[in-house]
Ligand binder design. Structure first.
Ligand SMILES: Cc1ncc(COP(=O)(O)O)c(C=O)c1O
Length: 369
C-alpha cells in the first residue's frame, strides 16, 4: 500500500469530516454502522478518541464540548438517586459546585474527604457509596492522594473510582494503569495547548463501562465538534515537546521565586521542598507548568495586587496549559483551602516563552512592591 493515506489526498493532516447527516448506500448498511448521525461524531472524532485512548491506556474514550461537560456527564451516568459519592475536598471548584447544587437536587448524597488521603478513605465509605472521585494533583494547590491505596479499598468494596487527570495531560501520569476506572481531562488545557479550545474527554479502563456510559451520554447529547477535534489533534502533535518546555522553565522559575525574600512559600511539585514530594514522584514523571505562591505576611494585599498588575509577560487570565504565560490571583478559595494555606495565593501558568524573559518580568514586578 502507498505510504500516502488515500483519503487524505496527500495532505499531511486528516481532513475535518463535518456532518449532521451521514448517508448510506443501502438500508442494510444502517444496522452495524459505527457512525450514523453527527451527534455521534465523525471520523475526525474517531481519530481524536483513538489518540486519547492511547495516551490514557484506555479501552474507550468519549469526547465532550468542555471539561465541565465531561465531568457532569460522567456523574449523571454513574450516579442515581440514593447513591453516595465521595469527592476530594480540593477538587476543581465548579465540580464541587455541580455536586452541591445539582447532584444533591437529584437525591445523590455528597461528601468530601481530605485531599491528602490514602487508605483512610475506608472510614468515609457508606453502604450506598457508588463512586470515589479525586483530582491529583489539585489544580491550584497541587495536593495528591495515595491513589493505589484508594483504589485498593474501592476494589474491595466494589466502588468505582474516577480521577480528573487534567494536570498530567495523560502524559505525566497513567491512572488507568493504577486500576482507576475512569480518567477524565479538560482538553482545553495542555492537550489543545493554544488557549483557543474548550473540550473534554472521559477514558475508561474497561470496555463494558465505556459502552454503558457511551449509551447514556449519547442520550444526554453533548458532543465535541469535528472542527475542534481537528485543532486538538494538531495540539497533540506538539504536546510532549511543549510539556518539556513548560516543565524546564517552571522548575527554574519556581527556584527563582523560592529565593525571593518577599515570597513565603512556593508550591510546585518539582521542588524538593514540595510537601508531598515522595508521593508525587511515586506517581508522576514530572511536574507541569503551574506554580502557586504566597507572599510574606508583611506584603500587603494592595502590594500583591500591584505585583500581579505590573506583570507584562504573564497576562491576567483564567485557565492554563496554553503556550501563553498567565497569572491568576486568589484572595480566598473556601474553608477546605483555608485549613491548609495562607491567602492570598498567586498561580502562574508558565508558557513556552524564554524563561529568562519570564524571570525578568517577575523580577521587575517584584521590585515594584
Ligand atoms: C482541573 C480542571 N478540571 C476541569 C476543568 C474544566 O474544564 P473546561 O474549562 O474545559 O470545562 C478545569 C478548568 O479550568 C480544570 O482546571
Amino acid at each position: 500500500m502507498s505510504k500516502l493515506k488515500k483519503h487524505f489526498l496527500g495532505c499531511v493532516n486528516s481532513p475535518i469530516y463535518q456532518a449532521s447527516s451521514i448517508i448510506f448506500e443501502k438500508v442494510a448498511d444502517l444496522k452495524n454502522a459505527k457512525r450514523w448521525y453527527g451527534r455521534n461524531g465523525t471520523e475526525t472524532n474517531s481519530e481524536l478518541e483513538e489518540k486519547i485512548c492511547k495516551l490514557e491506556n484506555a479501552k474507550g474514550t468519549i469526547l465532550y464540548a468542555s471539561g465541565a461537560e465531561a465531568i457532569s456527564n460522567i456523574l449523571f451516568s454513574v450516579l442515581e438517586s440514593g447513591d453516595h459519592v465521595l469527592f476530594s475536598d480540593a477538587t476543581y471548584m465548579p465540580t464541587q459546585n455541580f455536586a452541591n447544587k445539582i447532584l444533591k437536587k437529584f437525591g445523590v448524597e455528597v461528601d468530601y474527604f481530605d485531599c491528602k488521603i490514602g487508605k483512610e478513605i475506608e472510614k468515609h465509605i457508606k453502604k450506598n457509596t457508588k463512586l470515589i472521585y479525586f483530582e491529583s494533583p489539585s489544580s491550584i494547590t497541587f495536593e495528591i492522594q495515595e491513589i493505589d491505596k484508594i483504589v485498593k479499598v474501592a476494589k474491595k468494596k466494589k466502588i468505582l473510582t474516577a480521577i480528573d487527570n487534567t494536570y498530567s495531560a495523560g502524559i505525566l501520569f497513567k491512572p488507568l494503569k493504577h486500576g482507576v476506572d475512569i480518567s477524565l481531562q479538560s482538553l482545553s488545557k495542555y492537550a489543545s495547548g493554544h488557549s483557543d479550545i474548550i473540550a473534554g474527554s472521559v477514558s475508561f479502563r474497561e470496555k463494558k463501562l465505556y459502552k454503558e456510559i457511551w449509551q447514556e451520554s449519547y442520550l444526554i447529547g453533548g458532543r465535541l465538534s469535528p472542527a475542534d477535534c481537528s485543532l486538538i489533534l494538531r495540539g497533540l502533535k506538539t504536546l510532549e515537546v511543549r510539556l518539556k518546555q513548560h516543565q524546564e522553565s517552571a522548575l527554574e522559575i519556581a527556584k527563582f521565586l523560592e529565593r525571593d525574600k518577599k515570597i513565603m512559600k512556593v508550591i510546585y511539585p518539582g521542588l524538593e521542598s514540595f510537601e508531598q514530594k515522595e508521593i508525587f514522584d511515586k506517581y508522576f514523571t514530572h511536574a507541569n507548568g503551574l506554580i502557586t505562591f504566597a507572599f510574606e505576611k508583611k506584603v500587603t494585599l494592595k502590594k500583591i495586587k500591584k505585583f500581579v498588575d505590573e506583570l507584562q509577560k504573564f497576562k491576567i487570565g483564567y485557565s492554563w496549559g496554553g503556550t501563553e504565560s498567565l497569572v491568576m490571583f486568589y484572595e480566598e478559595l473556601g474553608k477546605a483551602y483555608e485549613k491548609r494555606h495562607d491567602f492570598p495565593l498567586v498561580r502562574i501558568n508558565v508558557g513556552i516563552d524564554d524563561k529568562e524573559i519570564l524571570i525578568n518580568d517577575l523580577k521587575k514586578a517584584l521590585s515594584c512592591i
